[in-house]
Design a protein around this ligand. Structure first.
Ligand code: LMR
Length: 396
């Protein structure tokens, strides 16, 4: 059966991770895969997570199945975190949340739901976007199209071109939006721009599918959810994929959720029934451990406050590395070409380098980034910033 099966190329981002791990150079710099790193370059387990895990270990008395929907209390806490407790859509009983195996699982569940409901629609995805969006959505058999979002050479959004492209979409089409900390560009929509996107979604009758993978990594937990809350307030239908990989540091535990918004409560129930059947047919039930940990933290006022403090520290470290790299590059080069890094937010920025320059940085300087020159800002430390700036200026 498999005699003629051709081996596939490695995943772009995971390939960078593997190459970095294989490099024996002591002072190598990892700006590849999107994980938070502290000043020592380590991805820590949050203190609040460690405590919740110990509590779980002593109190959990069964490993019996939960359910395809996951933990009910986790789902309630997630939708309140994302939408805010008093959101109109919650009051109207139009929201249901399904725990998923990470943000990827949530995106795939949403894609399969769209496919089941309206297989002919196109899903419009930002150009550029996170490398795994295309396989996750396209793998469900959906037709994909791109809308312009960010000009990497110029270092800013192409917002007018984005609006014009969305204005040409067919009614019923889906628009994939990044809620905050756009991956890979780090360039987010302002509140005024969210209003304009909302207007075009309403006018063209388009459904948003929002990816919220970095809540709390941009400006703060509330501000980062602004776009999601705004769209959910005004639109009849919406899907939102949530990841707790970054903000809880629970990467390998695969903690995520899909939030469904339907036009009426019975419509959301119908959507939910499909998602549950899809989940059952792919993986049956989501893993429990990470969701149990997140639920313990979110439900306990003191632990939640600790989590918010730890999250704020991660966010502040990334922002300070943005300032450091911009300032170092400005000082060494004498120009402001890389000033955009400082004004962006979240884990990533696109440096606007050619693939050859990215390879040169890797082969000559042991600096690793995604081939489109996306860098994980959390990989920068006060110790490697000057080395990185020198190497960058040497290759451009
Ligand atoms: C990233 O963008 O690097 C992360 O979200 C990890 C991944 O799965 O690609």
């Amino acid at each position: 059966m498999f005699d003629d099966l051709k081996a596939l190329p490695e995943d772009t981002i995971l390939g960078v991770m593997a190459r970095f791990r294989a490099d024996p150079f002591a002072d190598k710099v990892d700006l590849g895969v999107g994980v938070f790193r502290d000043e020592a370059g380590h991805t820590p387990v949050l203190d609040c997570v460690r405590d919740a895990e110990s509590r779980l270990l002593t109190t959990q008395d069964t490993k019996s199945y939960v359910a395809p929907v996951g933990r009910a209390e986790f789902n309630t806490l997630v939708q309140e975190l994302v939408l805010g407790k008093s959101h109109g859509a919650l009051a109207q009983n139009r929201v249901r949340t399904i725990q998923a195996p990470g943000g990827c699982g949530a995106l795939r569940l949403g894609a399969e739901l769209i496919k089941a409901a309206a297989s002919q629609v196109q899903v419009h995805v930002s150009d550029p976007t996170w490398g795994n969006h295309l396989p996750l959505l396209g793998g469900a058999g959906l037709k994909l199209a791109r809308y312009p979002y960010y000009d990497a050479a110029a270092g800013h959004l192409c917002f007018d071109a984005m609006l014009q492209a969305l204005d040409r979409c067919n009614a019923g089409d889906v628009v994939l939006l990044h809620a905050c900390c756009h991956n890979p560009s780090g360039a987010d929509l302002s509140p005024a721009q969210w209003n304009e996107v909302l207007a075009v979604l309403e006018r063209r009758r388009l459904m948003p599918f929002v990816d919220l993978a970095y809540q709390g990594f941009g400006t703060g937990l509330e501000a980062d959810a602004h776009g999601v809350r705004l769209l959910a307030e005004h639109l009849p239908e919406m899907l939102t994929a949530i990841s707790f990989s970054k903000n809880f540091g629970l990467y390998r535990e695969r903690v995520g959720a899909l939030i469904l918004l339907g036009a009426k409560p019975d419509r959301t129930d119908a959507m939910t029934s499909h998602v549950l059947q899809i989940a059952r047919s792919i993986y049956s039930m989501p893993p429990d451990h990470g969701a149990a940990v997140a639920a313990l933290i979110l439900a306990d006022a003191q632990q939640r406050q600790r989590w918010e403090q730890e999250l704020e520290r991660m966010r502040n470290r990334i922002q300070s590395m943005r300032r450091l790299l911009s300032a170092t590059l400005r000082q060494k080069s004498g120009d402001g070409r890389f000033d955009f890094i400082e004004s962006q937010c979240g884990m990533f920025s696109l440096l606007g380098l050619s693939p050859q320059q990215v390879v040169e940085l890797r082969d000559k300087h042991h600096i690793y980034m995604v081939p489109d020159s996306r860098v994980n800002i959390a990989g920068i430390t006060p110790r490697n910033a000057a080395y990185l700036a020198d190497a960058l200026l040497a290759v451009i």
